[in-house]
Design a protein around this ligand. Structure first.
Ligand code: UD1
Length: 333
């Protein structure tokens, strides 16, 4: 497998994965419509890797556009990141979420089958586990998610699993991400959400920058050691490398958690950020956020055992790199 189509390759996880793939010697075709990203990231991927790639400005729900990409490029595998991902917005605009996230998955899978592309990796999320008891293992029965975004992940997983079962030789790997944070260590690419961030780390970096006054900690009455929510934060470059490891082992249908296996509370993350960057993050405890669960972390052993991949970067490195990107501190080497 040499040439990989990366949808959403200008986005947060997609761009870091392109870096990992180019550095591992793959050729890359990026398809992105810049719905939540921009062309500058593409320049930065070139700058970091010193390598070029094909770029197609395309919406992958558009059948004709997808067909064109597959016709013009000799694709060996697809990693499908492109999708809407804001939980709150998905409750307000369910049809947009179901349409965008499901039609893209179907069109890409269909194009794979008609062009005999045998490998499909899907960006899924730990959200599919719902409120299970951590650590989450791949074999657990999935519980309902609380929002349309989560449902699009559950349904896409199902669509791809059925497609793999029905088509011998079509290999599908579902990767369930825990909480990706941080940035490439150069500080050149990172997470740049539009508007006010929903997720914890980008919110913290905006507070650190003075663009937001204080962090709201959503609840300190959970059944956790300090009462705040516990998550499995994973450095985005570890996650990116997980994709390269998954591509090497494609066969049949597989599901892997990509997490560290360790939980960190909101207040622990705030403290780690302050320590890593010698900064103070003002915060205030507020009521719980609707739909949040208390504890979410991975059982990460399957990926280690079968893919030979393990997250290796620390929470401090996640905090340092997230801030380096946000603050615009660049490693000019
Ligand atoms: C969220 C989504 C999840 C999605 C994931 C990746 C929700 C309910 N879940 O996960 O479906 O797959 O992002 O995009 O949105 N927190 C604060 N203050 C903040 C922001 C967050 O205290 O301003 C807390 C949360 O309550 C939680 C933790 O920080 O305990 C992590 O939150 P977040 O970064 O939004 O991720 P998840 O909720 O785990």
């Amino acid at each position: 497998m040499k040439n990989i189509l990366v949808t959403g390759g200008a986005g947060f996880i997609g761009s870091h994965t392109c870096v990992a793939l180019l550095e591992a010697g793959y050729s890359v075709v990026i398809a992105d419509n810049f719905s939540n990203s921009g062309p500058r990231t593409l320049e930065r991927i070139r700058e970091i890797t010193g390598r070029d790639f094909v770029f197609c400005e395309a919406d992958v729900t558009d059948r004709a556009a997808v067909e064109g990409i597959f016709k013009e490029n000799n694709i060996d595998g697809v990693i499908h990141f492109a999708g809407f991902k804001a939980v709150g917005e998905s409750v307000e605009k369910p049809l947009a979420y179901y349409y965008n996230n499901l039609v893209s998955t179907i069109e890409l899978a269909k194009a794979c089958l008609s062009h005999r592309v045998k490998n499909f990796v899907f960006s899924s999320s730990a959200t599919v586990y719902g409120d299970n008891k951590a650590p989450f293992t791949e074999t657990m029965p999935l519980l309902p998610t609380t929002n349309p975004y989560g449902e699009t992940k559950v349904i896409s997983e199902r669509i791809l699993s059925d497609a793999a079962a029905a088509n011998q030789g079509f290999s599908v790997t579902l990767l369930r991400y825990f909480n990706p944070v941080g940035a490439h260590e150069s500080g050149l690419i990172g997470e740049a959400p539009n508007g006010i961030p929903n997720n914890l780390m980008p919110y913290i970096t905006k507070v650190a920058k003075g663009e937001l006054k204080e962090l709201r900690v959503f609840g300190d009455d959970y059944d956790t050691p300090d009462g705040t929510g516990v998550r499995d934060y994973i450095h985005v470059m570890d996650l990116a490398e997980g994709h390269a490891a998954a591509l090497k082992k494609m066969s049949g249908f597989s599901v892997y958690n990509l997490g560290t296996g360790r939980g960190t509370s909101v207040l622990e993350l705030v403290t780690a950020f302050e320590r890593a960057n010698s900064l103070k993050i003002p915060y205030r405890i507020t009521p719980r956020r609707a739909g949040d669960i208390a504890v979410c972390y991975a059982d990460a052993k399957k990926a280690e055992r079968e893919l030979g991949w393990k997250a290796k970067r620390t929470v401090e490195e996640m905090c340092r790199d997230a801030w380096r990107f946000e603050a615009g501190l660049r490693d000019e080497k």
